[in-house]
Design a protein around this ligand. Sequence first.
Ligand SMILES: NC(=O)C1=CN([C@@H]2O[C@H](COP(=O)(O)OP(=O)(O)OC[C@H]3O[C@@H](n4cnc5c(N)ncnc54)[C@H](O)[C@@H]3O)[C@@H](O)[C@H]2O)C=CC1
Ligand SMILES: NCC(=O)COP(=O)(O)O
Length: 346
Amino acid sequence: MTSTEAPVAVTMGEPAGIGPDITVTAWARRAELSLPPLLVVGDPDVLVRRACALGLDVTVERVDSPMAALALSGGALPVLPLAAAAPVTAGTLDPRNAGLVLEAIERAVALALDGEVSAVVTNPIHKHVLYGAGFRHPGHTEFLAELARAAGREADPVMMLMAQGLRTVPVTIHIPVKDIPGALTAEAIVAQTRIVARDLARSFAIPRPRIAVTGLNPHAGENGSLGTEERDIVEPALERLRADGLDVRGPLPADTVFHEEARATYDVCMCMYHDQALIPVKMLGFHDGVNCTLGLPFLRTSPDHGTALALAGTGGANPSSLVAALRAARDMAVAAHRGSISAAGR
Ligand SMILES: NC(=O)C1=CN([C@@H]2O[C@H](COP(=O)(O)OP(=O)(O)OC[C@H]3O[C@@H](n4cnc5c(N)ncnc54)[C@H](O)[C@@H]3O)[C@@H](O)[C@H]2O)C=CC1
Ligand SMILES: NCC(=O)COP(=O)(O)O
């Protein structure tokens, strides 16, 4: 089985959220959507009940390996079975199921590190309930990296969001707004931009990406009169990146970098904080946005939305962002495979 033939491992995410809904809904339409082969890691009974609640004709089959999932040839939905600790009610969180959520991620990562799956696609987790259960990471991004490091692999995770051709990277992520200026460093901008440039070449077939870099302040600081982070942090980072030979431009005012003509001038935009990066992506394509983690020793994508508890079990959850994440994972696996073949031939 080559890296592109292997199935994608899909984690079930928060069982009370819409992860099960969008998974079974996408699966029910797998032929028309031309989904890549996949394997869900989660509780099969939850998936069966959710499919039933949504009136979907989906058969679930327990499998013990990705190979066994492929052998089903797309008939039943293959599930590597885990068991919820407490009964799952759509829309109602239960911290006793935090272990299930985390175990699904751990199992999927182990399969990816062993090369048994081509990528990991994660369904949304409910961060607050996991924090309450002792989860120490801001989100998947950092947890996935810790799992890789615990297995002896290098990992420097970088979050990248994409929709409708726009790619953005928040250099600082899940921290309070008041902490952003203190957390933003030239080192972080340089390190993340290098990883972005490397992985866009490796997994997106963009050998020399054009990289836009925003400022932090209104009007990118207006020459220092509206803030000094551009002068003290962003510009020194840009100088170092130019010295590396990277095609970087900035610091650009964030309010004028996302309109259509501006977007045509770059392949990725490095942003200084979470909302600067996520708002344009979610505005452009809330239902086909994809979150992707670069800098890991395996490929990972996810829908760009959260658990949407109020929609779970109602039929109101749109599966398009999950579908886009599955397709992006397949495309990245193909690009990475081609890249490794041509590198080996050099
Ligand atoms: N990758 C992940 O695991 C992510 C997890 N989250 C978590 O999700 C939880 C809820 O976060 P919120 O900020 O409420 O964001 P959310 O994305 O769950 O919901 C925001 C709005 O979008 C709607 N929505 C979301 N997904 C939809 C879909 N597929 N179809 C139709 N409507 C949809 C919701 O009904 C709601 O009105 C939080 O705990 C958050 O941390 C949020 C983003 C990503
Ligand atoms: N706001 C994006 C988000 O929460 C995704 O985080 P992660 O769980 O993918 O790290």
